[in-house]
Design a protein around this ligand. Sequence first.
Ligand code: GLU
Length: 448
Amino acid sequence: MSIKVRFAPSPTGRLHVGNVRTALVNWLFAKGQGGAFVLRIDDTDLARSTPEFEQGIEDDLRWLGLVWDERHNQSQRFDRYAGAAERLKATGRLYPCYETAEELDRRRKVQLSRGQPPIYDRAALKLTDAERAALEAEGRRPHWRFRLEGRRVAWEDLARGHAEVDTASMSDPVLIREDGLYLYTLPSVVDDIDMGISHVIRGEDHVTNTGAQIEIFEALLVGTGRAVPGFAHMPLLVGADGEALSKRLGSLSVAEMRDQGYEPLAIVSHLGRIGTSDPLEIAPSLADLGRTFAFSKMGRAPARYDVADLDRLNAQVLHAMSHAEAQPRLAALDCDLGPAFWDAVRPNLQTFAEVTALARLVRGPVTPVVEDQAFLDAAAALLPAEIDAGAWAAWTGAVKAETGAKGKALFRPLRLALTGQDQGPDMSLLAPLVGRARIVRRLRGETA
Ligand code: GLU
């Protein structure tokens, strides 16, 4: 079977870590097996969907490397949904209902007060033609419900194993609203059929939907010889405290993470591996992550999203980055001081943007912090003529012999004078980059 999956966001907001994980897992599953990844923009809700959000989704996916093989907009496909709706109407599976929201609410309350489940009672199915005509004459427009068979719908879920939904415990879902708007349920099934989707991979909040949608698939596929796609429902993400992540999703948009300096490879390594049995380490590449991805490694428990893990992975990406890789970004920040500079500072980076402050340590201006000028004068008198690779060790050795200072008492005042801070890159690598002239000035306490 050829693998074809889809990521189907609604363009009503920016992507956040929850839906990016869904996109990523779809991509990894497909690409790990040479399959295709479809981007489907679920924009049937024309009032809430915007071109800006659509563009934002594309930008975020591209930035993460999640490129798609095909792209569709549901808003271009209304004729397909209308065709499917007509077929379901013809077989009696889609039926018109005229209740107002208040009427439905009242009935639900009565059911609850009697201890009955609040399931739609299918009163509309009993309407006669004359009653329907009378309601329409009153100006009521129908909404359309899909008549469930009310049975155990079962499937082998790639993530959950054997799964079952009893559609007898559900209300017949509304597929078309009274204003003609197609809710997500039917268009999604029509598209999955038309686009030849082999697997529907999404969050476990869709499990109940899947029960109804499998019935819709079967109703539309009858006689075609085609099978219902496979399904995988992933456990949801929770925060480090085990609480649902949804409340904080606003601060976890991909756009904001990019602004905060997170690297795409750190984000995908993190989201691709949390909740799996793989170690939480950086993958060499997105493609490599795809080759090692398997649903069999995914646990049933919620996946813990801990920013501390992401921070660690982000630092790992930067620490392993070659100068050749970093060079265009260094140049863009006007901080490309060569491979020796990059090698000196990368072990200290948490985010790439911190490199600008580190470049200033080399180029200046640095305002020295001086606690004991006499000590710095003594050190300056011993400074080697040339600041090469071995200079720092030779110099600090000489300062130690001359002054008797050792350990922190030796290194801290020198670092404070030369960089204005008490921690930072390896001084033996930094000193040759700073150069003798600036070192001399900084040892005098001058901003240089
Ligand atoms: N637009 C739907 C959502 O974002 C798609 C769900 C699905 O993957 O079927 O929830």
